[in-house]
Design a binder for this molecule. Structure first.
Ligand SMILES: [Zn+2]
Length: 324
């Protein structure tokens, strides 16, 4: 436990929960429950798991999950941080946890693994992993973020991005998105668990490449929101090849149906590698640069009609004519 605090949660100044669960008491509680919300067979396994989970009380709160659902048994979650013991007192079939300091990569399909590998992200990297006993290829990888990192995001979070760019990857970093971490899956078949070496005590800070992805998703969500009132209907399509940087493999640049092109910065291809240093307003290949972050340059079609701004007279004349 001491190692955990030293290695990882040093970034979090104050433990969220002052009260601490007693793992031995938890063991007794779990053995008396009808459903088993903590995965383990022997007393030793259950005790070890309870100890690991209880460490999360320094970072977030637990949520009891109703049998056969993914739904909380309490409505106060997100505002109220329950200890592990308190959550178990609801006799749940599974447990979830939430924290403002979690960053989650949720691999929902094999394509999600290819997607992150192309970004230089190691999906095997040792940190906390949550797997299912009945489906080993769907798993979650959880990292920690610091207050300083959160300050880089609008509202200090990103909402859950499901199937980001059709990759099969869900990404989120918000206490409003809870993660099921132990006990029964809603279908009653599988169970959630964390393998040894990939448990709570192995939680690590988010590596730079993972954090870059989060900032990119944040940008994706911001640009979509501000440029299209129907953001929820906004779809993106990958560009084969990208008209800005010419990327013609590992297709990564994409266009939203609101016409914005997001040209991604990679090792081989990027807008600036192709066109030299760029600033907002620069036009390349008929597209104007409208936003710039470390991972991505965003363009929209340069509309020559905007030249009117610099030559207003014909416009005025046309308006006068129109009134006649
Ligand atoms: Zn591009």
């Amino acid at each position: 436990m001491a190692d955990f605090n030293k290695a990882t949660i040093g970034a979090v100044p104050n433990p969220i929960l002052a009260e601490k669960s007693d793992p031995l008491h938890i063991l007794q509680m779990v053995k008396n429950l009808k459903h088993q919300p903590i995965t383990g067979v022997t007393d030793e396994e259950l005790l070890s798991r309870a100890r690991n989970l209880a460490q999360l009380e320094a970072l977030g709160g637990f949520i009891p999950i109703r049998k056969g659902t993914k739904s909380p048994m309490v409505s106060s979650w997100g505002k109220e941080y329950l200890s592990l013991e308190k959550a178990l007192s609801y006799k749940p079939a599974a447990l979830a946890v939430f924290s403002p300091y979690f960053l989650i990569l949720d691999y929902d399909a094999e394509s999600a693994l290819d997607f992150v590998v192309r970004r230089g992200i190691d999906f095997t990297l040792s940190t906390w992993h949550i797997r299912r006993t009945d489906n080993l290829w769907r798993f979650k990888q959880i990292f920690l973020v610091t207050d300083e990192m959160l300050d880089e995001l609008p509202e200090r979070k990103i909402k859950r991005e499901t199937n980001y760019l059709d990759s099969g990857l869900d990404v989120f970093c918000s206490k409003k998105s809870y993660i099921l971490c132990d006990g029964e899956h809603e279908d009653g078949e599988g169970r959630y668990y964390s393998p040894g070496g990939l448990d709570v005590c192995d939680l690590q800070p988010a590596p730079a490449k993972v954090w870059d992805l989060i900032k990119e998703v944040s940008e994706f969500q911001q640009v979509g929101r501000s440029s299209s009132k129907t953001y929820s209907n906004t779809k993106s399509k990958k560009l084969y090849p990208c008209p800005i940087c010419g990327r013609n493999k590992n297709y990564w640049c994409f266009e939203n149906d609101n016409g914005l092109i997001h040209c991604m910065n990679g090792q081989t291809f990027s807008a600036e590698k192709e066109h030299g240093s760029l600033k907002i307003g620069d036009v390349v290949n008929g597209y104007a640069l409208v936003a710039q972050i470390s991972t991505c340059n965003t363009f929209k079609i340069h509309n020559p009609r905007s030249k009117r701004i610099y030559n207003p007279r014909p416009v005025r004349r046309r308006r006068v004519n129109a009134r006649r």
